[in-house]
Design a protein around this ligand. Structure first.
Ligand code: PLP
Length: 385
């Protein structure tokens, strides 16, 4: 069981997806003639600016926004930081934030840091399927709440929060609402003309764009203080824009929008085949969050008391890339905070593997995993015995 398979099967698209050929071509087309600074007034600058504005339009279109509502950032992490710190700086007398127990570390760790500086954080719990109750979010609001910040889709389980219902529920309070849509964008339909959120975080490398480009949607009329000062991005994010990465991001959004529903259906089919196959060969397996609405591409599977790290490593030796809980925490031996918030015991949480599909996965990937798994699970179980 040690030799590496020739063909790599990549099932870790929630960490980062392969850069689409269309994105690479768009990036090369903008780089090849030499790159200008979009803030410059000469021809090279104007050319760079037109690439930038085209990408801004594609990114805005994916979520129903207007181009001028998109602020480029370096990543989803920076978009989350800009939203949270930008609101706190704008409303310094508001000292309370509402969030959930299962946010991505880019939010979670910032909020933990802010707590040390005296900001009060209310973390609304999820149920055993990872679901969040809009009423519980409303009940957590305080007179000095600066922001509600929640993810649209969970990166580990794919569970979708009822963002539209939450937005409606808290609307009357007037509290700003930020949504981390890094995993949801391009995988489920998002339309900010229908859902009254004030800010929305996006990241290019989750939808087959390159790493290094993210964006924050900031609704027209909503103002935040910048994290980085400068004249760019309507003074909401200083620094020369990372044009090639942004162009790739724009192209990835256009690609995602083109066939979102077709891809969602296709990828859901693959994911469901994988889950059925896993249950057939290992009936004790548990699909975490299966009782909740989920992203079509994500499956978080518990293998009872078997050790997830050993399963992941064995799959890797056969050329199959998957993840243990959050990719950012891969290698750590602490159980996932998402799974423990859903009530899993430490041992069960350590047994979980995340399979996340993307545009380039096919039925052959599922077949290969299902062929390998019985042997791998048998080996891991024998080692534990
Ligand atoms: N938010 C969520 C839900 C994520 O899954 C991630 C990355 O995994 C991020 C934010 C951070 O995005 P980035 O990697 O672009 O910083």
């Amino acid at each position: 069981m040690t030799e590496k398979a020739a063909a790599d099967i990549y099932l870790d698209n929630n960490a980062t997806g392969a850069v689409a050929r269309e994105c690479l071509e768009a990036m090369l087309a903008c780089l090849r003639p030499g790159i200008g600074n979009p803030s410059s007034r000469h021809a090279a600058g104007l050319r760079a600016k037109s690439f930038l504005q085209e990408a801004r339009g594609e990114i805005a279109a994916l979520v129903g926004a207007r181009p001028q509502e998109i602020v480029f950032t370096s990543s989803g992490t920076e978009a989350n930081h800009t939203a949270i710190l930008g609101v706190l700086a704008r409303y310094p007398h508001r000292r309370h934030i509402v969030t959930s127990t299962v946010e991505h570390p880019s939010t979670l760790m910032l909020l933990r840091h802010l707590e040390e500086t005296g900001i009060r954080i209310s973390r609304v719990p999820v149920d055993t399927e990872g679901r969040l109750d809009p009423e519980a979010v409303r009940a957590a609001l305080a007179p000095d709440t600066a922001l509600v910040t929640l993810m649209w889709a969970n990166n580990e389980t794919g569970v979708l929060f009822p963002i539209a219902a939450i937005a409606e529920t808290i609307r009357a309070s007037g509290v700003p609402f930020h949504v981390d849509a890094v995993q949801a964008a391009g995988r489920v339909a998002i339309d900010v003309t229908q859902v009254p959120v004030d800010m929305l975080s996006l990241s290019g490398h989750k939808l087959h764009g390159p790493p290094g480009a993210g964006a924050l949607f900031v609704r027209k009329g909503f103002r935040i203080a910048p994290l980085l000062w400068g004249h760019q991005e309507r003074r909401m994010r200083g620094g020369t824009e990372n044009l090639p990465a942004i162009v790739g991001f724009g192209s990835a959004c256009a690609l995602a929008r083109e066939d979102l529903e077709v891809q969602a259906r296709r990828v859901r089919g693959l994911r469901d085949d994988l889950e059925r196959g896993i249950i057939a060969c290992f009936p004790a397996a548990r699909i975490h969050g299966a009782g909740a609405p989920r992203l079509p591409n994500t499956s978080n599977v518990g293998f009872g008391t078997l050790d997830g790290e050993q399963i992941m490593d064995a799959l890797d030796r056969h050329g199959v890339a998957v993840s243990l809980g959050a990719a950012c925490a891969a290698g750590g031996r602490e159980p996932s905070h998402v799974l423990t918030a859903m009530g899993l015991e430490r041992r069960a949480a350590l047994g979980a593997i995340r399979f996340s599909f993307g545009r380039y996965n096919t039925g052959a990937c599922v077949e290969r995993v299902l062929t390998l798994l019985p042997g791998i699970l048998g080996e891991v179980a024998a080692r534990a015995a």
